[in-house]
Design a protein around this ligand. Structure first.
Ligand code: PAF
Length: 282
C-alpha cells in the first residue's frame, strides 16, 4: 500500500489509474470501515482510502482533540484489506490556508436531525468531502449507511455539482448484539458497552411498530415519545428518535404513511454520543 501525505504524492500514486474507488474516513478503523474497502475494491482499478480528522466538522465543545488517532493499527488493517493507496494529508496539506470557501448544503436537508444538534456539521463534512474528491478524483465512492443523513448530503453534493462519481451506500455492520460498529464504541466503558445496544433496540421497536400496522400508523409522535422515554428511563440523553421519510428525512404526511421510511436516532450515553438508523421495510 502506498501512503501519500501530499497532493503530489497522491497524484504520483494514482498516475495511470482511470477509475479510483474511494473510501474517506477519519481513521480509528474498525470492521465497518474495512467492509467499505471490501465493497469498493471490485468497483475501481485502484482502491483509495483517506484518513483525515476534519476539524471543520467538529463544534468547539466536541471531541476533535480527543478523537482517537490509531495510525499504525489503521495502516495494518488497510494493508491486510488490500487497499492500494492511503491518502493521509496533514492539516497543513489539506488546509494550507484557512478554509474560508465552504460548501453549504441545502438547509432543508442539512439543518434537520444531526444538523439541528450539530450546527455546521454538514458544512464541514461537505467541504472536506468536496476537497477530498478533488484530490482523489474518484469514479466511485463508498459511504456507510450508518451515517444516513451524511450519505444523503453527499449524494446531493455529487448530483448538484454534476460530479462524475457513483455514490454507493453500504449496509451498517453490527456487533452480535446489534450495536452498530462505530469508532466511538471504543470509548464506552464495559458497562456502557452492554447498555449501548439499547439504541438499536428502541429503533427496532419503533420500526416493528410501524411495520406491524402496515403503514396505517395514526400517530408517529407517540411512537417517538415512547422510544425517547425508554432511553431516558435508562439514563440516556437522547437528541432525537424519529420516524422519517427516506426520500428527504422529513416526517411523512398523515395520508402518506406507506412511503419508504427510516427510524433514526442519536443519543448520549455518559459522554459518548451514538447514532444509528434502521430502514423500515413494509
Ligand atoms: O464519516 C466520516 O468518517 C467523515 O464524516 C468523513 C466522511 C470522512 C468526512 O470527514
Amino acid at each position: 500500500m502506498r501512503i501519500a501525505h501530499t497532493l503530489t504524492e497522491l497524484r504520483n500514486a494514482l498516475d495511470g489509474h482511470r477509475r479510483p474507488a474511494f473510501v474517506p474516513t477519519m481513521g480509528n478503523l474498525h470492521a465497518g470501515h474495512i467492509a467499505l474497502i471490501e465493497r469498493a475494491k471490485p468497483l475501481g482499478d485502484v482502491t483509495v482510502a483517506s484518513i483525515f480528522v476534519n476539524r471543520l466538522q467538529f463544534l468547539p465543545h466536541e471531541d476533535f482533540d480527543s478523537y482517537p488517532r490509531t495510525w499504525e493499527r489503521d495502516c495494518e488493517q488497510l494493508r491486510a484489506a488490500g487497499c492500494d493507496v492511503l491518502f493521509a494529508p496533514r492539516e497543513t496539506d489539506l488546509y494550507p490556508e484557512p478554509q474560508t470557501f465552504k460548501v453549504h448544503p441545502d438547509p432543508a436537508l442539512a439543518n434537520l436531525l444531526e444538523g439541528q444538534f450539530r450546527p455546521g456539521f454538514f458544512i464541514g463534512v461537505s467541504t472536506v468531502v468536496m476537497k477530498l474528491f478533488s484530490c482523489v478524483q474518484p469514479r466511485v465512492t463508498v459511504f456507510g449507511k450508518k451515517d444516513y443523513q451524511q450519505l444523503m448530503v453527499i449524494r446531493q453534493l455529487v448530483n448538484q455539482f454534476a460530479m462524475p462519481i457513483e455514490v454507493i451506500g453500504a449496509e451498517t455492520l453490527r456487533a452480535d448484539d446489534g450495536l452498530a460498529l462505530s469508532s466511538r464504541n471504543g470509548a464506552l466503558s464495559a458497562e456502557e458497552r452492554l447498555e449501548a445496544v439499547q439504541l438499536y433496540q428502541v429503533l427496532r421497536a419503533m420500526s416493528d411498530e410501524v411495520r406491524e400496522t402496515g403503514g396505517r400508523v395514526r400517530d408517529l409522535g407517540e411512537i417517538e415519545n415512547r422510544a425517547t422515554q425508554a432511553l431516558v428511563s435508562r439514563g440516556w440523553q437522547p437528541d432525537y428518535l424519529a420516524l422519517r421519510r427516506r426520500s428527504d428525512l422529513l416526517p411523512p404526511a398523515a395520508d402518506d404513511m406507506t412511503s419508504p421510511m427510516v427510524a433514526v436516532g442519536a443519543a448520549r450515553l455518559g459522554n459518548i454520543r451514538l447514532i444509528d438508523n434502521l430502514e423500515i421495510e413494509f
